[in-house]
Design a protein around this ligand. Structure first.
Ligand SMILES: Cc1ncc(COP(=O)(O)O)c(C=O)c1O
Length: 438
């Protein structure tokens, strides 16, 4: 095949672009003007598509090159056709990109795809789950405000509300989030933020999101839900009345252990009024490379979560029958302590299982060390099954008393199920348990 010279390529590109720019309907509302180019937001995208379709096609910006896979735009800045165009962009007269800390095309695709899945109007992609949590909380509080949060929180989230925010004059009350009466007793006229995760890390407690949202509305507080453990497939906090949803995209959304990421989703108004300036001026933006990786990750989210949940459910049932196991907590089982709330607000169980070994820390360590397929790691949501002993890893900074309050003992183990064959995982647990005295 004759090779194309640089001149040929440039000519073809110019002709394509010309045609593209002059086509009927160019620069309509679903396109994003970026200066010299116009990217097409794929037509026919429908809010009515089911998640599996949305996660493959939703939000795609196809460039004039017509690529099938979403493009990575690893650029810090953007150039303008003219000084006037630059001025107009800065005045907000067109919605093109300005600087990658504010937004960029690959991140835009990831944000739109997440919005379609979550049913949110707007989103901002962040460098990690913790960047997202910190931004969602801190962007809207000022000295004199008050936060109410569930005490069962991932350690770093607890640090943000209970240690960091108070340094800036924002008081925080932690409550046992399982009982709505505790939330009600803690709210004050100056409560600005209510924060929870459900199911919780690691003991898979469940909080009544609709109930807490109702209380938040009574005082005009913003309810932020960290929906990492439920995944966007099994729980829709915005539909339950929450105002903001946050994810560590590091977990199921990537799902393949590759990169960190986070996302904050809410209404357009909330993002514009609260998050936009904080986001632009404090710089937690996600790398476009990670946005691309996560765009590829979410394409397979439903397939992975389905297999992970099937594995978790089978292992939870298996563990519940074992003499070495004192108790199993799994949101998909009828014996979950809050099975009624699970049924009310979740459409699936969980990819995680918490259980307690009768022999305490010693038995938990023996079991973890004896597993072959299942790896010891504090991460979760991965295609590989991962197991951790929270008291000595993720929750080691809590006092024994605080851990006991959360239902965590030396024997508590958290399993994040991967996508391996169910039977192989069951056999792995069976062989490992044979090495742990009953
Ligand atoms: C519930 C929850 N929220 C937030 C985070 C923080 O996410 P990242 O590690 O992406 O910052 C984690 C991490 O494990 C988590 O489990």
């Amino acid at each position: 095949m004759a090779s194309l010279s640089r001149g040929d390529l440039a000519g073809r590109l110019a002709a394509t672009l010309n045609k593209w720019l002059k086509r009927p309907g160019a620069r309509n509302r679903s396109d994003v003007a970026t200066g010299f180019f116009v990217f097409e937001r794929l037509k026919g995208m429908s809010k009515n598509w089911r998640p599996a379709t949305q996660l493959v096609h939703g939000g795609t910006l196809r460039s004039p090159y017509g690529e099938t896979s979403e493009a990575i735009f690893l650029t810090q800045g953007f150039v303008y056709e003219s000084s006037e165009a630059a001025e107009a962009r800065f005045k907000g007269e067109d919605d093109g990109y300005i600087y990658a800390r504010y937004g960029s095309p690959t991140n835009d695709m990831f944000e739109k795809r997440m919005c379609l899945l979550e049913g949110a109007e707007d989103a901002r992609a962040m460098a990690s789950g913790m960047a997202a949590v910190a931004a969602a909380v801190l962007c809207q509080v000022k000295a004199g405000d008050h936060i109410v949060a569930a005490r069962a929180l991932f350690g770093s989230c607890r640090y943000v509300v209970d240690t960091l925010a108070p340094r800036y004059g924002v008081e925080c009350t932690l409550v046992d989030g399982r009982d709505l009466k505790n939330w009600e007793a803690a709210i004050r006229p100056n409560t600005r933020v209510m924060f929870l995760e459900s199911p919780t890390n690691p003991t898979l407690e469940v909080v009544d999101i609709a109930g807490v949202a109702k209380l938040a509305n009574q005082v005009g507080a913003t309810l932020i839900v960290d929906n990492v453990f439920a995944t966007p497939l099994f729980q829709k906090p915005l539909e339950l009345g929450a105002h903001v949803v946050v994810y560590s995209a590091t977990k199921h959304i990537d799902g393949q252990g590759r990169c960190l990421g986070g996302v904050v989703l809410s209404s357009k108004d909330w993002i514009t009024e609260n998050l936009q300036d904080y986001f632009r001026h404090t710089g937690p933006a996600m790398s476009p490379f990670n946005a691309w990786t996560l765009l590829k990750g979410v394409e397979t989210l439903p397939l992975r979560v389905k297999q992970q949940t099937a594995n978790a459910s089978a292992i939870a049932d298996f563990l519940a029958e074992q003499p070495q196991v004192a108790k199993v907590i799994y949101p998909g089982r009828a014996d979950h302590p809050q099975a009624d709330i699970v049924a009310k607000q979740m459409t699936g169980g969980s990819t995680l299982v918490a259980f307690e070994m009768k022999g305490g820390k010693d038995a938990a360590f023996k079991l973890q060390n004896a597993l072959d397929i299942v790896k010891i790691s504090n991460n979760l949501g991965d295609a590989k099954s991962l197991i951790t002993h929270p008291a000595t890893t993720t929750h080691k900074n809590l006092t024994d008393e605080a851990r006991a309050e959360l239902g965590m003992s030396g024997g508590t183990v958290r399993l994040s199920c991967g996508i391996e064959d169910t039977q192989d995982l069951l056999e792995d647990f069976a062989q490992a348990l044979r090495k742990v005295p009953a």
